[in-house]
Design a protein around this ligand. Sequence first.
Ligand code: S3P
Length: 180
Amino acid sequence: MQTNKSEVTKNIILIGYMGSGKTSVSAALKKATGLTFLDTDEEIARRAGKAVSAIFAEDGEAAFRAMETDLLKELIETGWTGILSTGGGMPVREENRPLLQELGTVVYLQTGAETICDRLIGDTTRPLLAGLPNYEAKLAKIEGMLKIREPFYIETAHISVQTDGLLPENIAKKILEALK
Ligand code: S3P
């Protein structure tokens, strides 16, 4: 589906748990709309000159969370426009929730714990899911975190989209339909 750039009047802010498809859906949205795309994890890593896992290990999670909030504030101040893919913890911090809503239309990619676990089982880049011995342990951790986080995702989102079993292109289509 090709969408005229002028049809999309507001920035699109994707939120959701790790592995919910924010990056791949952003790529599909970018292709469909021609809007620019920014990934907060990538931007923070680029500026810090090291991977997110290294920031967690060397500077601590609190430092990473401060970098996330600073980046959101900067994007608002500089009038940034486009599609924003955010780290899965972004809406958990209270201060970030109105900032995300101010930046644009917030879309929650709602994805089941098993789908997430299937996707992330071999992943080594997410510090919060590191060191879990097997699938069951990872699934239990994801389920526990989702239970705590889901209310924040729902509270922050203007639109929630079910993504299980859908390709990124189809999720992007659903989002663009909802934005019309
Ligand atoms: C995190 C999600 C990660 C990254 C960091 C913390 C989280 O981003 O920001 O590892 O707290 O859920 P993705 O959601 O892009 O994996």
